[in-house]
Structures are given as C-alpha cells and as structure tokens.
Design a protein around this ligand. Structure first.
Ligand code: 13P
Ligand code: SF4
Length: 337
C-alpha cells in the first residue's frame, strides 16, 4: 500500500507506454484528487479528468471512450460500470477499498431498510453496487445537503448510510429526520479539533477548509465545509493567503496548481487521543500508480463486472442523483436555506 517512488526515467517511460496503450485501446483516465500527482497529471495530459466522485461519474458517462480507467477506489469503478454497462471499466488495483464501503455490508443494510419501511434510504456514493441497488437515493458529498433538504421538504423521513459524520452534518444543516448508520472514514475521522484550534491560532489569517466526513468538532471550526471540488474552489476564490485543509493530502497537488502562491497547511491528525494509521492519506487511494495502471492496460485484468440485476437497480438510485443535479443546475429545483 506504499505509494510509488519512481525515478524520473522510469516515470517518463511508464507514461509514454501508458499513453500509447490508451490510444490503441480508446481509453480515458478518470482520477480522483486523492490519487498520486503522477496519475492526476497523466489524466489531464490525456484528455481525462481529475475530480470529485460526482464529477468522475458524470465525466465517465459523457465521454465517448470505450474503456474507462478509474484511478480511485472500488466504489468509483463500480459507479462507472453501473452507468456505462457497454464500456470496459478497469482499475489499477481492485483491492482499493474504502472504510465506509466496508462498514456497510449489503445484507445488513437491507435488513435495516426492511426494519424501517416508513423511511426512504439515502446512501453515500462510498458504498457497494449491492447497497446502491437496495437504496432509494445515492448522494455524493458535493450534493448531499441539497438532496436531503429536497427530500425533507417533500415530507420524507430518511435512513442514512454509511458515514455517521457526514450524516450528522447533513442532518444538522437540513433539519431532516434521519437515522444514521455508524460507519466512518479512517482518514477524515483522524482530524483533531483541539490541535486544529492551536494551529489556527498560530495562523490567524488562514481559512479552515473541511471535508464533511470529518468529526463534528472539526466541522465546527470550518470556514468552508464541502466536497473535494468545493474545497479547491474555496482555495481559488477566497482572498485568504493561507488555508488549513482537513481532507486527504492528495488534494494539495490540485490546490497548489489552482492557487499558486497560497500557503496550504495540513490539518493535524495528531494530538489528544490520536490513533491515526493513515494520517491524512487514504491507504486505498495510494494503491493506484503508474506501474499497475500500465500492467492492467497490457493484460486487461482488473475489469469491473457487476451482475446485471444489481446494476440495473443501482442505476436507478444513481440516476436520481444525476437527474437532480442536472435539474438543480438548470434552476428547476428551488431550495430554501
Ligand atoms: P468527494 O466526493 O468529495 O470527492 O469525496 C470522496 C471521498 O471518498 C472522500 O473521502
Ligand atoms: Fe473512503 Fe475515506 Fe478513502 Fe475516501 S478517504 S475513499 S471515504 S477511506
């Protein structure tokens, strides 16, 4: 799970080989912001995209390439396959999981839904295809608040899975009646509020940016709470010269490029009660690299396959989110604050 350490010559040779294979195989690379700088650069150099999980889904669906390589974690590859059954979807490492996905087995989730027939189920995108197939709605962090506010305004009571911190945040902002599954992200859960306060006191001009998978005490200190894309936009658009960032440190590559000259500091994962293993970098995202990307292009291994009955059901809940996002963008959904 250690990130690649490539000599410049090996990096260049791998990138040249990968670019040739991608061209031959009509392939586009869709990478998450938490993957390595090499993968992010390669995605952009080859006409692919680097983005949050919502845009990864949108981009892969809209792009005409016959093969999608998803550099991220398994649920992102599965989402791509659910939306694009006719395309080949490959991942550098099929073992790239997510602690949220792992916390929510499909059978236990289904039993929870069965026990609460009066509630709609809303699941975070960080779940398996089978969980999405059982859910009514899928959301990503970029759109969760809007969708839950909308469902609340329609009088629905909700089940939320699997991230308890994001669920708690969405519940507080929306006022919706939600029961929360008790999963968490190993990376974001490690941020420490007291140590963050101390760091902020040392950098009073800094704006604090927090991904909502973080604990409530950390979110409470934020100037901006948002998805990875929303946090990058904040670095670009806010006038502050410094930022303290509570999300995976892979995002710094894009933040530096988006706002050169601004000072970016990692929010602390150490301090009182620290137990962090991953320390602001997702061990599963780190499983993606140029070496295994080249080898899956050569072998065709690591293809995402999903049973059709599961895929068709999961598509409905993902499509609801994408339709909502499109309608909201077109100004067809009005939400009060
Ligand atoms: P985003 O949708 O904000 O990119 O989040 C995905 C994720 O896994 C964050 O840990
Ligand atoms: Fe999952 Fe957390 Fe890794 Fe995101 S950072 S993929 S939520 S374990």
């Amino acid at each position: 799970m250690v990130e690649e350490n490539l000599e410049p010559a090996e990096r260049d040779a791998l990138k040249t080989r990968i670019k040739a294979l991608m061209k031959q195989q009509d392939t586009v690379l869709v990478a998450h912001y938490y993957t390595s700088a090499d993968l992010q650069d390669l995605a952009e150099e080859t006409g692919g995209c680097v983005s949050d999980s919502l845009e990864m889904a949108r981009f892969g669906h809209a792009h005409p390439a016959q093969t999608l390589i998803v550099a991220g974690v398994k649920f992102m590859g599965e989402t791509a396959k659910i939306l694009n059954p006719e395309k080949r979807v490959l991942m550098p490492d099929l073992g790239a999981d997510c602690s949220l996905d792992l916390s929510c087995p499909a059978d236990a989730f289904a039993a929870w839904c069965d026990a609460h027939p009066d509630r709609l189920s809303v699941v975070y995108a960080n779940t398996s295809a089978a969980v999405k197939a059982r859910a009514d709605w899928v959301v990503t962090s970029g759109i969760a608040v809007k969708i839950v506010k909308y469902l609340h305004s329609q009088g629905h009571k909700l089940l939320w899975a699997p991230d308890r911190h994001l669920g708690d945040y969405v519940q507080r902002v929306s006022g919706a009646d939600m029961l929360l599954w008790q999963g968490s992200c190993v990376v974001h859960e490690a941020f420490k509020a007291e140590a963050l306060k101390k760091l902020h006191a040392e950098h009073p001009a800094a704006a604090v940016l927090v991904h909502p998978e973080s604990p409530a005490a950390v979110i409470a200190l934020a100037d901006v709470v948002g998805s990875t894309t929303q946090l990058i936009e904040a670095v670009k658009n806010l006038p502050n010269p410094e930022f303290i960032v509570a999300t995976d440190n892979g995002i710094f590559h894009k933040m530096h490029a988006a706002a050169p000259g601004k000072i970016l500091l990692e929010a602390p994962t150490a301090g009182e009660g620290a137990t962090c293993q991953s320390c602001a970098h997702c061990p599963w995202m780190a499983m993606n690299g140029l070496r295994n990307l080249a080898s899956v292009l050569e072998s065709g291994a690591n293809e995402i396959l999903i049973e059709e009955s599961v895929r068709a059901k999961a598509l409905l809940s993902i499509q609801r989110m994408l339709n909502f996002a499109a309608a909201e963008k077109a100004g067809q959904i009005q939400l009060g604050d």
